[in-house]
Design a protein around this ligand. Structure first.
Ligand SMILES: [Zn+2]
Length: 226
């Protein structure tokens, strides 16, 4: 159901074409009068993610911007932007994060999305960050999002509202949300989460696929026990 407060408003969704942001896109389409999607091209090894994002927005007639963020690969060494690095399948000993971490990614993406949004007179921003599955990514934490909201408002003298519909959901509950929104199959078959670039159910063994599959199985279990 649309909130009375939001139904005449527009929102910019940070949209990667993965499971979480696609669920957020469908959530935002339900909440807001109009949705604009923004995808960042930062030289990620799975270019197909951007193709998934384009296909989903085209199918639903959503205004879609793909912004060049290739400088991210120049700033930081990580396995998502360096084709010569293997993606960690687990957090390595002596490290707190897998080598797929792109430092500051959510901060940068939300900041650029906010600049774009303000230019369009839009104040609502939607992102699929989630603290429940917090795997050492500090800019996925709720406290960071609240802090960034204050910072963006001060930086641009504006009243942004950052929406994080997945913040306190686990992966199983995120699948349940896609199901409640009537888009379970869209999210399952049209998104790309896999670090090895295989859409839908993915390669099955990278950390992203493992997390996604475990969540999906839990979701199916809890749905069948209802
Ligand atoms: Zn995979």
């Amino acid at each position: 159901m649309k909130s009375e407060l939001l139904k005449n408003e527009r929102a910019v969704v940070v949209f990667s074409g993965g499971q979480d942001s696609t669920t957020c896109l469908f959530w935002a389409m339900r909440q807001f009068a109009e949705v604009v999607a923004v995808t960042f091209d930062y030289g990620q090894r799975h270019k197909r993610e951007i193709e998934c994002a384009k296909a989903i927005t085209a199918e639903y007639g959503i205004e879609h911007h793909v912004l060049d963020m290739s400088l991210l690969g120049q700033l930081t060494v990580n396995s998502l932007t360096r084709p010569d690095m293997d993606v960690d399948e687990a957090i390595p000993d002596g490290s707190t994060t897998p080598n797929s971490l792109v430092e500051g990614r959510n901060m940068l993406f939300l900041t650029f999305a906010a600049v774009l949004a303000k230019g369009k007179g839009i104040r609502h921003l939607v992102t699929g960050v989630c603290e429940t599955d917090f795997s050492g990514y500090p800019d996925c934490r709720d406290v960071f999002i609240k802090s960034l909201g204050v910072t963006l408002n001060l930086a641009m003298d504006y009243s942004f509202v950052i929406h994080t519909p997945l913040m306190w959901l686990d992966k199983s509950e995120t699948w349940a949300m896609a199901d409640q929104l009537g888009h379970l199959e869209d999210v399952r078959t049209k998104t790309l989460t896999c670090y090895n670039g295989i859409p839908g159910d993915g390669c099955g063994h990278c950390p992203a696929c493992s997390l996604r599959r475990r969540g999906y199985e839990q979701f199916l279990q809890s749905r069948s026990s209802k």
